[in-house]
Structure formats: C-alpha cells, structure tokens
Design a protein around this ligand. Structure first.
Ligand code: ADP
Length: 549
C-alpha cells in the first residue's frame, strides 16, 4: 500500500487532463501544491496579484481551447481571482480556478482567511464545487475540464481545503477517469443550412458579422472560404478581428456604422447582439433587419432581435456544412450592387479622414499618429493586446490583425487591467511570436506591477503605454483639487520596467516613436515604450455617442 496526498492527486489529475501550465500566486495553503505541480512537469507561472493571474488564465483558455488553470490562496486571494472568473464568464472562455481554503474542521470558527468561496464564485461560473474526498479529486477535475469546455465555454471553480490537500489516499485504489476529449462538434439540421443560404441569396444588403465564437471554434479556414465563395461583405467584432484578415478586400470595417445600420440581412457568426453590437436595434440596426444566427448556445438565439434562421452548433462544423451546401449549388453576391457601391463610398470617405490624422506630424501627438507608428512596427503575425478607452477604441481600427485569436482586449466585460495579463498569457502560449500590448496609461496602472512577471520570465512583449496623463483625458499639471480622472503628468512608466531589467523608452514625437518601436520590437526581452500624447487628444467625431442611449 503506498499513500499519496491530495496535492499529488491534483497534480497528476491536471497532467492527465492535458493541463501543462498553471498561473497563480502561492501562499497558504497552496504553497506546496504549486511545487508538486512543477515536480509533475506542469509549468507554474507566478504573478504579482491573483486578479492578473486569473485574467491570464481566461485568455489562455481562449487561445488554446483547453481550460486555463489558476491557483490562488484562500480568502482575499480567491476574492481577487473572482475578477478573472467574471471576465471569462462574460467572454465565454473556459477556465478553472483552484483556490485553497482553510481546513474544513475549522469552518465557522473564524479560521485564517475563511470565506464563503463556493458561494462567492457561483454567479460567475458554470460549476462551483469542492471534492468531497481525496479519492474523488480526479473525477472532479475531469468534470471541471468537461464543464468548462462543453456547450458554451465558461469558468469553473474548485475549492481545495487544506485537509483535502494534505489528506492521504491509497494510490492503488485511485480511479482515473479518461482525459476529457475536446468538445463534440455539433452540426445544424440540413434544412436550417438551406434556409440560411436562401435568406442570404434573397438579401439586397447582406452583411456577415464575425465574432470571437468563430475564433474560439478555430473556424477561420471555413469562415474565410465561405466569405470568399459568397463574396459577402463582412465585419469583425473586436476579438473576431483576424478570423478573416482585417485587410481582406471584402472587409467593410471602415464603414462599420453604415453597414450595420443599412444591412437588411445580418449573418451573426459566433457574435452576440449585446452592447458591443448595439443590441441589434435601431438606430444602429435597421428596424426590420433579418437575422441568421450561428451559436453553440441555443439559449442565445433570439436575444434582443427575433432570429429568422437559427444555426445552433459549432462554428467550424456548421461553416463546413454551409460551404458544402454552397459547393453543391454555387452562388455569390454581385460586386456591382448599389450596396457595395455605398459601402465602398463610406470606406473611402472614412479612410481619407483617418489617413489625414494618421499623417499629422504635430507634437504633442494625437492617438491616430501614435497608433500608426505602432501599427507600422508591429509584425504581421504579432499578437496584439489592447485596452484603455480611446487607445483601444481607436486602436481597433488602426491596428490590423491578420490571424484568428491574435487580438485580446477588454472584451465583453469591458475590463480594464487585463492587458498585461493577456500579453503574458499570449507570450507563454506562443513563445515564437511577438506580443505587442497597447494600453492607455490608466489601464496600465491596474496591473502595472506585472511588468516584473514579464521580466522574470523574459517574455518578448513590447508594452506601449499611450500616455495622456489620465482616464479618457488628462492635464499637463495637477491642480487643486486633483481632478478625479487625472494621474501624475508625464509619469515615467518606462522607468518602471527598467527597475526589473527590461528596456524602457520615453518618446514625445513621431520620429522618436518610430525609432523606439523599431528597437523595442526587435529586442528579444520585454520592453516598454512610454508615448506622451496630447492630454486632450480624442477620437474622430462619431455619428453615434458611445452606448447609443
Ligand atoms: P464578440 O464579442 O466577438 O461579438 P461574443 O462573446 O459576444 O463575441 O459571442 C461569442 C458567441 O460565440 C457566444 O454567444 C458563444 O456562445 C458562442 N460560441 C462559443 N463557442 C462557440 C463555438 N464553438 N461555435 C459557435 N459559437 C460559439
């Protein structure tokens, strides 16, 4: 009879479930657990705060299609990580949070960092649970992986009391479930495929909207083939960018508002009609717009606007069905239609306006000029992380994506503070790629200490801080009282990374920015380019106010 403890069973279970990386912060009672994980060949990445670790974990789930795993201490550590659960829940990303808890026999006695952790996690997860004994840990962790990835992806919480971690079990009596296979791919009924194609064929002003559900499903080849075969105009959601390249000739991104407002048929491909898509309602959409909706979650169908054709299934499988049906009866949308002419007209108009702003040599710089230099220095296959109100919104149109799952941003939850964590996750998962993380100065501050994490692991990330001295706008000098939205003017974020051995650049003019970006991107380790812009710089005038109330 050989006895092993709960920690060893957890490490073996994770390994067996194909988990190779864990993000977190150690302390009581998971200090030894992280070491046992390492002894079992799992890479453990220590962060400076559980919030950032949990954000990174959600992103890892999105990028890999397997749940990311986060490990935290009990009480405050677990509570910090709820931020990551909520972010993953809002974005439909698979992740598992494992948090330590005090010994169960001390419950209700005021134990060290005792908290109602299972209840606290519950609103943001698909499953919130605690293994009842050491013997059953493998079954619970298999269920955690399955629940996180099957159906609509999402987060799972598993509570790990100290007596479970240290409890012993006879190794020979353990039962190991199989490694949970990838989620089964579900298809739509053939009649629904034919209906969807019939609606598209009959449309006067069709539009395809590609969302991050298509990216998560790895449907890029199928979606590109469909768009090229049908010649339909398409738009991407913020993280749907790159499923089909932003510079594809059929992209109508520069005419986004017009395309959404005037389309008579919208094919939603792994995207929701939530605030990002203006709820699918007037004035941003036509009143009687007809919706074809592809989603893995049946209960998403019909949200806010009645769906005419529902394609419930996996994006990759359903788009393969669409392509097969199309091949059997080929059809494409004519290039010479008034719809295409109107879209092209809008694209030209907007591009002229934006190009002028991108070429403006004035100092201090505006957003467009600064972001153009970032764009020009960013390798085509780089992963771009972005956050901050103006920086992210303007960056969405200026910074281009060419591949699926190469853009991570504040997402459905609009979370600020995710950028550094996402960049770290992306660099760990894709060690062969450059990661460029473009943030506003206020967004950077939420998780700024994670530059130490990037330096400790020598990750090839270029952080770009677009610095306007505050939230949304800033001031040149602090007044009295200090206004709520302003931060220290000309803060030297570049010196923060230098404290940990990274390379920092401080720039105020376009030429210096170009040079700094070139050097930073070529550098093999972490770099930070602190770009001073006009504190009053804004976005180009918009037809609709933000959130269109
Ligand atoms: P975006 O922010 O890009 O518009 P959303 O997060 O709003 O995207 O929507 C993504 C949708 O994709 C969700 O409703 C989710 O249920 C769905 N989804 C997730 N995985 C798949 C999949 N494999 N196939 C189809 N849809 C998926």
């Amino acid at each position: 009879m050989s006895q092993i403890d709960g920690r060893t069973v957890i490490a073996r279970s994770l390994k067996q479930q194909g988990i190779t990386q864990v993000f977190g912060v150690v302390g009581f009672p998971v200090f030894e657990l992280a070491q046992v994980m390492q002894q079992h060949g799992i890479q453990f990445y220590g962060f400076r705060n559980e919030q950032a670790a949990s954000y990174a974990t959600g992103a890892a789930g999105y990028l890999t299609g397997r749940p990311g795993v986060c490990l935290t201490v009990c009480g405050p550590g677990m509570v910090h990580a709820i931020a990551g659960l909520a972010n993953a829940w809002a974005n439909c990303w698979p992740m598992i949070l494992l948090s330590g808890a005090p010994d169960t026999y001390q419950n209700e006695q005021g134990a060290f960092q005792e908290a109602p952790q299972i209840e606290a996690a519950r609103p943001f997860v698909k499953l919130s649970t605690r293994p009842d004994r050491v013997m059953r840990i493998p079954a619970y962790l298999e269920k955690a992986v399955r629940t996180a990835t099957y159906g609509r992806p999402g987060p799972v919480y598993v509570d790990l009391p100290n007596d479970l971690l240290t409890g012993q079990v006879d190794e020979t009596k353990l039962e190991w479930p199989r490694a949970c296979p990838p989620a089964p791919q579900t298809c739509a009924p053939a009649a629904a495929i034919e209906s969807a194609l019939a609606v598209l064929r009959g449309a006067e002003r069709p539009l395809v909207v590609v969302g991050k559900g298509a990216a998560y499903a790895r449907a890029e080849n199928e979606v590109r083939a469909f768009i090229e075969a049908t010649q339909l105009p398409f738009l991407a959601s913020p993280m749907g960018k790159g499923v089909v390249a932003d510079d594809h000739v059929l992209s109508v991104a520069p005419a986004r508002s017009h395309a959404l407002q005037e389309a008579d048929v919208v094919f939603l491909l792994g995207a929701r009609l939530n605030w990002i898509m203006h709820f699918g309602l007037p004035p941003r959409f036509a009143k009687d717009v007809r919706i074809i909706q592809l989603d893995v979650a049946a209960d998403e169908i019909g949200t806010n606007v009645a769906t005419e054709v529902a394609l419930v299934g996996d994006s990759q499988a359903v788009m393969a069905q669409m392509n097969a049906a199309l091949a059997a009866r080929p059809w494409s949308y004519a290039k010479s239609t008034p719809w295409w002419q109107a879209l092209r007209g809008k694209i030209d108009e907007n591009e002229t306006l934006v190009t002028a702003m991108m070429n403006d040599d004035a100092v201090p710089m505006g957003y467009y000029r600064a972001l153009r230099e970032v764009r020009d220095a960013t390798p085509r296959d780089a992963i771009i992380c972005s956050e901050g109100a103006n920086t992210m919104d303007i960056g969405r149109s200026v910074l281009l994506n060419h591949s699926a799952r190469h853009r991570l941003d504040a997402g459905t939850f609009g979370t600020m503070g995710v950028g550094l964590a996402f960049a770290i996750a992306a660099a760990i998962i894709h060690p062969d790629k450059k990661v460029v993380c473009v943030e506003g100065d206020s967004a950077f501050g939420f998780s700024g200490m994670e530059v130490e994490t990037a330096c400790r692991y020598q990750l090839p990330i270029t952080f770009v801080v677009i610095n306007n001295n505050g939230i949304a706008s800033g001031v040149e000098q602090l007044g009295d009282p200090v206004l709520p939205h302003v931060y220290t003017p000309n803060a030297r974020y570049d010196q923060v990374i230098e404290a940990f051995g990274g390379k920092g650049y401080y720039v105020t003019a376009p030429d210096a920015l170009r040079q700094a970006m070139r050097e930073a991107v070529a550098h093999r380790g972490p770099t930070l380019v602190n770009v001073m812009i006009d504190p009053k710089a804004t976005r180009k005038p918009q037809k609709f106010e933000w959130l269109t109330r």
